[in-house]
Write a protein that binds this ligand. Structure first.
Ligand code: GDP
Length: 362
């Protein structure tokens, strides 16, 4: 079956890239994530608290709207259906989110505070990204803190930068160059995205401010462009199920649920799930497949959208019996035939064993 599924993958059917946010504490990771997640909410409408299920899907239409000032983006033939943002920033979620041994993160945003440059946890993040071979885009954040900076979020950040006073421009240029040198000291070529001579060799850096919103559209546009040009092979949708448990959570009215990141393949109501539990593999039927209401409909509180079938990549909450002892961070399997249950059980048990031994080694 794997071979069959492999054959069906095409460049015309891409899944959303999974995006993680990394960087030193206080650089603005959470604020950037909030901005990106709320792109499709009209100003002033975003008051409520969203049902978070570990990963937020930002559909391509919302990205296009947020990136409408970005030169060249509207003309780009967009082929990814959106971006799937991992809700928890930081290295822990990056390292814990593994599937079949590799990181589930397709591309990362590495946040650097332009006023501070590379800091200890930036270096740690770089190490992790290098080890997993994960491409990244640098958000050079907090540009609004540069002396005499005049923010204008409603334009391409390139024009925003150009429109600054000489004083602000000098500081911006100096700080940016310092960061480029610091990356070079780590053996990495980075360049401002509008000066990037070769995306194969240089990672792009985009000036941003999560406070004013400057550069957010450019950041999204860059992730989409990079994903489409450099990650197509990885992002070709596959029917082969690839899903990992992000979190095990008790929800009033639903019981214990699992939040799953479904990368490839589909899940259906009634499917037989097999996943790792503290007392051995759990076999259970999917009772409901749920996603949070889109942010536009935040007024509708505490309700989810229910699906008969859902396809990757997306974050989905699964309600089912017997999930109390489920373990986060490991794969979920589905048995299509009753005789596959045993096979899946042994696979799950094997995975749990190897995960435990790798934890012991660390
Ligand atoms: P994290 O620890 O990396 O997640 O950082 P946070 O997102 O919590 O941000 C740390 C602090 O910096 C908060 O007080 C934010 O409001 C502030 N902050 C984040 N981004 C910006 C920015 O672009 N400009 C300014 N001036 N402040 C920012």
């Amino acid at each position: 079956r794997r071979v069959e599924n492999e054959k069906k993958r095409t460049v015309d059917n891409l899944r959303s890239p999974v995006v993680c946010v990394l960087g030193h504490v206080d650089t603005g990771k959470t604020k950037i994530l909030d901005k990106l997640r709320r792109t499709h909410v009209q100003d002033g409408e975003a008051g409520g608290i969203t049902q978070q299920i570990g990963a937020t899907n930002v559909p391509i239409d919302a990205i296009k709207e947020a990136a409408k000032f970005v030169k060249g983006f509207t003309e780009l033939a967009v082929r990814v259906p959106g971006l799937l943002l991992i809700d928890t920033p930081g290295h822990e979620s990056f390292s814990n989110l593994r599937s079949r041994g590799s990181s589930v993160c397709d591309i990362a945003i590495l946040v650097v505070d332009i006023m501070h440059g590379l800091e200890p946890q930036t270096l740690e993040s770089i190490k992790l990204l290098k080890a997993k071979n994960t491409p990244f885009i640098v958000a050079l954040n907090k540009i609004d803190r540069i002396y005499d900076w005049q923010p204008n979020a409603k334009r391409d950040v390139r024009d925003d930068v150009k429109g600054q006073s000489k004083l602000a421009m000098n500081e911006y240029t100096k700080r940016t160059n310092d960061v480029i040198v610091q990356f070079a000291e780590q053996g990495l070529n980075v360049a401002l995205f509008y000066k990037n001579p070769d995306p194969n060799e240089y990672m792009s850096m985009v000036p941003t401010s999560a406070a004013t919103g400057e550069g957010m559209g450019n950041l999204m546009a860059l992730i989409v462009e990079y994903s489409q040009s450099m990650l197509t092979k990885r992002l070709m949708y596959s029917n082969e199920l690839q899903a990992t448990v992000l979190e095990v959570k008790a929800i009033p009215g639903l019981g214990t649920t699992i939040d799953v990141i479904l990368i490839n393949g589909a899940l259906r109501e009634g499917d037989t799930l097999i996943l790792a539990g503290t007392e051995g593999p759990i076999v259970t039927q999917i009772r409901s497949l749920l996603t949070p209401q889109p942010m536009k409909e935040l007024r509708v509180k505490n309700t989810y959208i229910e699906y008969k079938e859902i396809k990757g990549s997306i974050g989905v909450k699964i309600a089912a019996k017997d999930l109390e002892k489920a373990i986060a961070g490991l794969n979920v399997s589905v048995a299509c035939q009753p005789d596959e249950v045993e096979f899946c059980r042994s696979e799950v048990a094997h995975e749990l064993k190897s995960a435990l031994s790798s934890i012991r080694l660390q």
